[in-house]
Write a new protein. Sequence first.
Length: 379
Amino acid sequence: MYDIELARKLAESDESRLEAYKIYENHEFPKWKRLKVLDTQPPEYQGYSNQKVLFHNQPGLKVVPKPVLEDSDIDAIGNHRYGPSEKHKALVDTYANSGTRIAVESNIQIKEPIVIQLTMNEKNPLLLDRHTIVVGEQSAITVVLDYSDQDVKSYHSGVLNIIAGANAKVHIVKIQNLSDASTHIHGGLAIIGRDATVTYNSIDLGGGLVVTDYSSYLEAENSESCVDSIYLGEGRNRLDLGYNTYHNSRRSMSDVTVKGALLDESRKVFRGNLIFARGASKSKGSEEEFVILLDERVKADSIPALLCDEDDVQGEHAASAGQVDANKLFYLMSRGLTEKESKQMIIMASFAPIIEQLPIEGLKERIHETVGSKLADEL
């Protein structure tokens, strides 16, 4: 199924697939034991034809609607480690059936957010996508990756590469609202240049199995990474969320804030790694995760870590898990709200600061409606 013959056929238009196949062949699909998930292999291979790219005709912007890499991209990505597993990353690099390469020239401000809609349905239940975003010096862009399905059992494994030049401003929003029978596995990499900033919002509201890993590399002085994400687990959803920040340069800054809520029998593992390499003096980094537990049957594990090989740095990490604040609940109920309505309001208030960062008003409204609807059904 996923063999060398298929790799050779796909490599007719992209020889790098054969190099990726060597990695794919030499690794096994991992098991997420904390989530009690032992099988993450993809279904039988098929093409995908439902990708839509909106607002791509703007000056200074080049969008190629294929999962292509140029030599300069390969050199920049190099040996940077990222993604939930080498097997899944190599799966996409070898067999990608969709994706884009987005390039912004230097000194260009892309005004309209680029929206990439990736919907899975009965004709397109398998999505293996790679997106590469290259932003030149003094340029800015916002890109939205919107993953959904039409209540089918779908499988998604994706890779996102961000290369931000000096003084670039990049804002990425990844939204995932798949059905409970679907799988979402995603690996992100950001390579951030001098005085550049990459902001990453990950919004996970669905999916039976959700495994994400985002790694940002602060490679030059005054580079900055900001992560603000939310997640919602319901039913028997399983989530493994990983965020890794590598401070490899002086005066680099990072912040990771993740907020979530778990209902029913859902399970979640949060993995946060904040790494200061030698030479990253005067750098500051923080990571925080907060989860509200809305059922006695849920399970939440948080594994924050701080690794430091440099003296003159500031690093903070924290994680907390608990039920809805009793005082807040009492206050709202004393004002005439039901217990269910009060819990909804508290959770929505926790999510609101992150949702408000979204670059499109219609997107904010959709997320508010989706979260509200799920909470109304499950609480």
